[in-house]
Every structure is written in structure tokens, then in C-alpha cells.
Design a protein around this ligand. Structure first.
Ligand code: COI
Length: 436
């Protein structure tokens, strides 16, 4: 655990945790380490749009892939340094939570490894770099449950606004780093396949799907949920899973809608929203053999693609959780269900099972070159599959707003919930991360 193996000191009014330090490591070394962090943290993030990612990734060749690798190599440590600085300003009682200090330690180690990574000049070096990125992506899979657990437990010590704005910066930045890393790996995989004379499909550039069919993504998420009833039932309807009825998902509106987007992001959001709707509908009508349908309307607007998901699950019906900031909050002061014993227990199990789960080098070699998409929308979005731990809605909101979209819930109390998701379709919005 970090707090046992690191030295801590106060820095600019916040706590500095210096990982990897034993008692023999000198103060001068810590000073040097922190100076390195400051150098990177002082730089602004170079934010990108979806369109830039597509333009750059088109007509990939050796020269471009090396440029892309060096951009990722220099940009990721800047983005990580910003968040390390952010963590350093948290109160001691918060960073002292084991799950928070695990995240700090993982980020410090990643920062240090990026900072030392030499410039890339050849394709062979890029293969090695992709393997390095894949390893980090896998290593960081437990970051979300860890942060969520640590911050839920820290709710008494952080004002809800501060807690939520901190979580938002951490999670949006994480999404952005994973997008850059996954995009680079996907472009490298494409180039390797092309050079090997394999047939490559042109429906994607990197991780961006150029004609993502919204209706197909919805159907895929519904199919996947039916195969894994535990996701929809979770803790609340134990035993009902095997033969419980399912709502039909009825899709209408502009059924042919397609747009350029990151498939994993759209499907994570749809999966989480559908999961909530299936569950609420079942809970609301426990004796029905035929459940009311979930209605999804797709609208292709001039600038966005919009979805309305309407269920008859009774509405939100939680008097304490009313405003959007409460629904999307990670603080138990705003959102008391975060303190549910079952949720905290599940979070604890997931966060501790993530410890030490690093793929071996051999596994990483094969996995960066093989196609990384699987059926599971959570896994594809970089979130380890998990039971109900209360992060689906806040994470969906973060995915939706990352490129300037929005997510809104309207409760028709006693009847159902309407969710409005809007995603920009022109790809011209910059990533919604902080510059610092
Ligand atoms: C994360 O998943 O949190 C990352 O920062 C991944 C990145 C280092 C490749």
C-alpha cells in the first residue's frame, strides 16, 4: 500500500505522496521527482476534436504512425501530471484512503515511465510502444472502482461540489488518455495489417467508427443485457433472473441514423441506460408476465444525434435525488444510495480484486495486435465488468459530455423515466478536458 512505502510532505498547501520511496531515499530525490512533475504539469494539454483524430489517422503510413506515437508519448505524461497535481491538493484523509493512494501510485508510475520513454523513430520501436501502452491500459482497469470507493468513503471530508468536480476532472482526463492510447494502437494495428497484405476494412479510422449505426448499437446492447441478466437484475431481484420476463425494446424515429463516433462510448451509455430501464420496469411490475416496453426514439438532427429512452419503471422516486447534479454525483451527501452496504461491499471487492492484476508481457504482446473489441460494452469502454456499484449514470454523463454532448433524466413520478441523450455528430468539438 502506498502510504506504507512512500514518503509524504506538504506541498503548496496540499499533500504530496512520493511513491516508490524507501526511508533511504533522500529529500533531494523527492525534490527532483516533484520538479519533474511540475515541469509537465506546467504545460497545457493539446486538446483534439474527433475530426482531427480522423483526419490525422486517414492514409496512415510509417511517417504518420511515428508522429502519432511521439504525440502520445509526450501528451499523456502532461495529462497525467495535471491529475497527479490535482490529487496532491486533496486533504490528507482522502489521499490516505487505500483505494485513492493505489490510483495515485499507478498514475505516478505511469507518469514516470512515459517521461523516461525515448523518442520513437522506427516501426519496430512503435510495436514495443504499443505493447507498453496496452500494458498500462490493462493495469489501469481498476481505477474507476478504486476512485469511486475512495471518494464515496471521503464524502464527509469533501464538499460535494469539490468532490464532484475533482471526480469529473479525473474521469474525463482518463477517458481522454485512453482514447489517445487506444486510437494509436488501433492505427498501428491497421498499418501492420496493411503492410502484411491483409484485407483491412475502411469503416473505421483508429477507434472512430465512420458510419456508426445507432439502431444496431442499441440492439447489440439489449442483446448483451439479455445474455447477462445479472447486469439488469443485480442485487435487487435475486433469483428472478433465470425466467423473469424482459421488456421489449421498441425503436422508432430515424432508424437509418449513422454518424462518426467512438462506438465504445455510445454503447457504454446505451448499455447503462437500458440496464436501469430494464431493472426499474421489472421492479415496478413484479407480478407481470408481460412487461411494458422500453421505447427508444432516434433523431438525427442537423448538429447532433439524439436518443430518448422512455421506460415505465415508475420514475426515479427517490426524494433525496432530484437535481441532475445529485443524479450524477459521486458524493453520498448528494446521493445517499452511494452508502448502500451492498454497493460499498461490491466496490470493495472489485477494487481489491483489481490489485496486482497486470497482464504478463507475453499476454500483452498478443493482445495489442489482436482486435481489442469484445461484446461487452463496459469492457470496451475501459471499465471492468462489475455488478451494480452506482457508477453507470455518472460515467454515462461523463462519456456523453466528453465531446460536448449531454445527458438529461426526467422523472415522471409514479409512471416512468425519460432519458435524453444528445451526441454531437459533426466531430468539431474539442475534448471536454481541462487544459491543466
Ligand atoms: C488510465 O487508464 O487511467 C490511463 O491513464 C491509461 C493511459 C496511461 C494509457
Amino acid at each position: 500500500m502506498l502510504v506504507n512505502c512512500c514518503r509524504m510532505h506538504l506541498h503548496r498547501g496540499g499533500l504530496v505522496l512520493l511513491p516508490g520511496g524507501s526511508r533511504s531515499i533522500s529529500t533531494a530525490f523527492h525534490f527532483y521527482q516533484n520538479k519533474q512533475l511540475e515541469l509537465y504539469a506546467a504545460k497545457d494539454a493539446q486538446r483534439l476534436t474527433l475530426r482531427q483524430l480522423v483526419f490525422f489517422g486517414r492514409s496512415m503510413n510509417e511517417d504518420r504512425i511515428i508522429k502519432s506515437a511521439n504525440y502520445v508519448r509526450t501528451e499523456l505524461p502532461v495529462r497525467i501530471a495535471h491529475r497527479l497535481r490535482d490529487m496532491q491538493t486533496l486533504p490528507y484523509v482522502v489521499v490516505n484512503q487505500e483505494s485513492v493512494s493505489d490510483v495515485y501510485e499507478a498514475y505516478w508510475s505511469a507518469f514516470d515511465r512515459f517521461r523516461r520513454y525515448p523518442p520513437l523513430t522506427t516501426l519496430a520501436e512503435n510495436d514495443e510502444f504499443c505493447r507498453f501502452l496496452r500494458g498500462l491500459l490493462d493495469e489501469h482497469k481498476s481505477v474507476i472502482p478504486n476512485l469511486s470507493l475512495g471518494l464515496s468513503l471521503s464524502s464527509p471530508y469533501l464538499a460535494p461540489e469539490r468532490l464532484d468536480s475533482f471526480m469529473r476532472r479525473m474521469l474525463v482526463s482518463r477517458i481522454s488518455r485512453r482514447v489517445l492510447a487506444e486510437h494509436h494502437i488501433a492505427l498501428s494495428r491497421y498499418l501492420t495489417a496493411k503492410r502484411n497484405g491483409e484485407t483491412v476494412s475502411d469503416d473505421r479510422v483508429g477507434i472512430i467508427h465512420l458510419g456508426l449505426r445507432v439502431k444496431e448499437s442499441i440492439e447489440k446492447c439489449a442483446r448483451f443485457l439479455r445474455k447477462r441478466p445479472y447486469d439488469a437484475d443485480g442485487d435487487a431481484i435475486e433469483g428472478a433472473a433465470a425466467d423473469a420476463p424482459w421488456s421489449d425494446v421498441v425503436i422508432d424515429g430515424h432508424l437509418d441514423t449513422k454518424f462518426s463516433y467512438i462506438q465504445a462510448h455510445l454503447e457504454y451509455i446505451v448499455f447503462e441506460l437500458l440496464k436501469n430501464s430494464f431493472r426499474a420496469t421489472r421492479l415496478r411490475h413484479p407480478t407481470f408476465r408481460q412487461l411494458p416496453p422500453i421505447q427508444i426514439t432516434i433523431v438525427a438532427g442537423e448538429n447532433d444525434v439524439a436518443l430518448r429512452i422512455s421506460d415505465q419503471g415508475g420514475g426515479l422516486l427517490t426524494p433525496e435525488i432530484r437535481s441532475p447534479s445529485d443524479q450524477f454525483s459521486f458524493s453520498h451527501i448528494r446521493n445517499p444510495v452511494r452508502l448502500d452496504v451492498s454497493r460499498l461491499g461490491a466496490l470493495r471487492r472489485i477494487s481489491s480484486s483489481g490489485r496486482g492484476m497486470t497482464a504478463t508481457v507475453d499476454e500483452q504482446v498478443s493482445s495489442w495486435q489482436s482486435k481489442s473489441d469484445c461484446e461487452d460494452p463496459q469492457q470496451n469502454a475501459g471499465v471492468n465488468p462489475h455488478p451494480r456499484i452506482g457508477i453507470g449514470l455518472p460515467m454515462s454523463n461523463i462519456f456523453a459530455t466528453y465531446f460536448g454532448g449531454s445527458l438529461e433524466l426526467v422523472s415522471l413520478d409514479g409512471y416512468g423515466t425519460d432519458v435524453y441523450l444528445r451526441l454531437p455528430k459533426l466531430g468539431t468539438n474539442l475534448e471536454g478536458i481541462e487544459l491543466w
